[in-house]
Design a protein around this ligand. Structure first.
Ligand code: M6R
Length: 615
């Protein structure tokens, strides 16, 4: 939901800002802009559309000279005001000496605008952000930091801000409240960014800003303050990802690369959590690294909350917890949960899942649970994210940066974390025995190689996608774990290919959804729960009789659907509770190939942003 960058150092800022924005385009891509401070003062260039239009504008000279070694930049996902040159960031005050880039929403902007207009300010854009530039100017008396801190007192809502001023040119001010912001500490240069990949070309040493903190970046050092102006000390963190992890690595799109990252990401997420005790040598799970001890297993209930794909992981978590631990478990959509009147118990444990760790609804659900006294385990992919910092325990998915808007490797590694936590709970509660555990561990370890095998055969899915290209409706159906995978598969397809795609619990088919089925429909049945094979077989026959084309995803040793379905895709045999990690992969590939065949960019679907940091 918008990406911001900033640079102050000894090199030309403009190309550095553009390269940083390229790494953040997944956060929003309807317009972009930069502001640079040089000998000639502050210059701004901005353009509607993808970043390349801004680059063309700068190169063609339509934009100004843009020379100077300090600047800020922005890639936008519009909230207030349509995508247009004028609504693009940076926004400036009336005199054009102060420039601001903003990620978030200023909730009281209308009130502030009216107040500023009453003081003679005329607005140029329809954005909420412009009020910030004018407010800072209103308080500016030669010291940019003081002016920013004064302006912040009047802002309600969420923001990550980068601010520069030609009358205070030796520094950049950065502040955050409920929107992510990272400070990169380089040698003779310092940077700001909404996300780490934008910094990696320069440094892996970062400071994570807390809510209501400000950073003042000079060329040779960074100072930190509270919003009240008190000096803060902060620890430097070292990022382990290298820059290559955030590149496409020869694949046509990030989505395809990230689908292929899954075997390694699964191993990276699993391995550090395994240990061998003995003698006799016995393999077990170790969650000490995240601070998990026996007291957690006394939970009366586990509630798993998340949004989008992460919510689908939560549903699988519910089934896994019930199956492996016999603890009552619920999966909740965070955006619903926060507005309900939920019943809490201090013995509840909340597992909050978020790839970005910054999803506004998910954070709100976590904060409600925390306030009630419940304990929180976060599963997230982003080290230092708000979720990671506010939860009691954090389990990272070691998936590496996920750039494509459609989540793939985050999902399967979230599942890996859930299985590990559920197995550890089960062991502590006696529903899993020490003798039984190695069987699960072996199966978890095999998943990486099995995913590799599936990906080696991706052309089968590509061919199928080519044949089914014209299907206007694609429905996924399954039962239990397979229903959750159906939901995820339907979301993937609709996100990247704009196909009308839905998921049904197969047993619900005859309660309504079957009315939608005709010969323009493809129904994909996910069949990995053997106790339900017979029921699934009947459901497939039912939709086939209504004219649907049918495909089945099942194990490589199951032949019972061969005569029923038009086509059968096979996944390697695994434990039935672990099958979602494999059964989702053909569906990810199918969504990807349909999008590509339709000439769409699967990395940047229309109307979406990677990280939804506003309600
Ligand atoms: O960063 P999060 O995991 O909290 O994001 C949650 C959803 O916004 C996200 O999963 C979204 O549904 C994806 N675009 C799915 O591919």
């Amino acid at each position: 939901m918008c990406g911001i960058v900033g640079y102050i150092g000894s090199e030309e800022a403009a190309p550095i800002l553009i390269r940083g924005l390229k790494k953040l385009e997944y956060r929003g891509y309807d317009s972009a802009g930069i502001a640079v401070l040089g000998a000639g003062g502050l210059e701004v260039c901005k353009s509607k559309g993808a970043l390349r239009f801004l680059e063309e504008k700068i190169q063609s000279g339509t934009g100004k000279a843009l020379t100077g070694s300090a600047g800020i930049g922005h890639t936008r996902w519009a909230t207030h005001g349509e995508p247009s040159d004028i609504n693009s960031h940076p926004h400036t005050d009336v005199s054009g000496k102060i420039a601001v880039v903003h990620n978030g929403i200023i909730e009281n902007h209308a009130k502030l605008k009216a107040w500023l207009e009453a003081h003679g300010v005329s607005f140029r854009s329809e954005t909420d952000t412009e009020v910030i530039a004018h407010l800072i100017d209103f308080h500016f008396n030669g010291d940019l930091l003081q002016a920013v801190l004064e302006a912040l007192k009047r802002l309600e809502g969420s923001y990550a801000l980068g601010i520069i001023c030609e009358e205070d040119p030796e520094r950049i001010i950065a502040v955050r409240r409920e929107s992510p912001l990272v400070i990169g500490a380089g040698k003779g240069e310092n940077l700001i960014a909404s996300d780490v990949p934008a910094l990696l070309e320069h440094t892996r040493d970062v400071y994570y800003l807390e809510d209501r903190e400000a950073a003042v970046l000079y060329r040779d050092h960074v100072e930190f303050y509270s919003e009240e102006g008190e000096v803060r000390r902060k620890e430097l963190s070292h990022v382990e990802w290298d820059a290559a992890a955030a590149e496409k690595g020869g694949y046509a799109h990030f989505m395809l690369k990230e689908i292929h990252d899954q075997p390694k990401a699964l191993t990276d997420t699993l391995r550090p959590r395994l240990k061998t005790d003995g003698p006799p040598a016995r393999r077990s799970i170790s969650l000490e690294e995240i601070g998990f001890d026996g007291s957690w297993a006394e939970a009366g209930r586990v509630v798993i909350a998340a949004c989008g794909t992460a919510w689908h992981a939560a549903m699988i978590g519910k089934y896994a917890f019930e199956h492996l631990t016999r603890i009552p478990a619920d999966a909740d959509i965070a955006s619903e949960y926060r507005y309900r009147d939920p019943i809490f118990d201090r013995k509840d444990i909340f597992i909050i899942i978020s790839q970005s760790g910054e999803t506004a609804d998910t954070l709100a659900a976590m904060r409600m649970a925390k306030k009630s006294g419940a304990r929180i385990i976060a599963i997230t992919n982003v080290v230092g994210s708000t979720l990671a910092r506010e939860a009691d325990l954090v389990m990272y998915t070691w998936a590496g940066p996920e750039i494509a808007v459609a989540s793939t490797k985050a999902f399967t590694t979230q599942l890996m974390c859930i299985y590990l936590i559920a197995l550890q709970f089960g062991l502590l509660r006696g529903t899993i025995t020490e003798e039984g555990l190695p069987g699960y561990i072996d199966a978890l370890e095999q998943l990486s190689g099995q995913a590799d095998k599936l990906l080696a055969d991706k052309e089968t899915i590509q061919r199928f996608a080519y044949q089914q290209f014209n299907k206007s409706k694609v429905f996924y159906m399954g039962r239990l774990f397979d229903y959750a995978v159906s939901l995820e598969s339907a979301l993937k397809l609709k996100e990247v290919s704009y196909t009308h795609s839905e998921a049904f619990a197969a047993g619900e088919l005859k309660h309504g959804p079957i009315a939608l089925v005709d010969d323009s429909t493809l129904v994909v049945a996910i069949c990995t729960q053997s106790a339900l094979f017979e029921k699934m077989d009947s459901n497939i026959k039912e939709v086939k009789a209504r004219g649907a084309a049918t495909a089945v995803i099942t194990y490589d040793d199951v032949s019972r659907f061969d005569k029923t379905a038009d086509v059968v895709f096979r996944i390697p045999r695994t434990l039935e509770s672990l099958s979602p990690i494999l059964s989702v992969i053909p569906c990810q590939l199918y969504a990807y190939y349909i999008a590509v065949q339709r000439g769409l960019d699967p990395d940047k679907p229309r109307n979406l942003a990677k990280s939804v940091t506003v309600e």
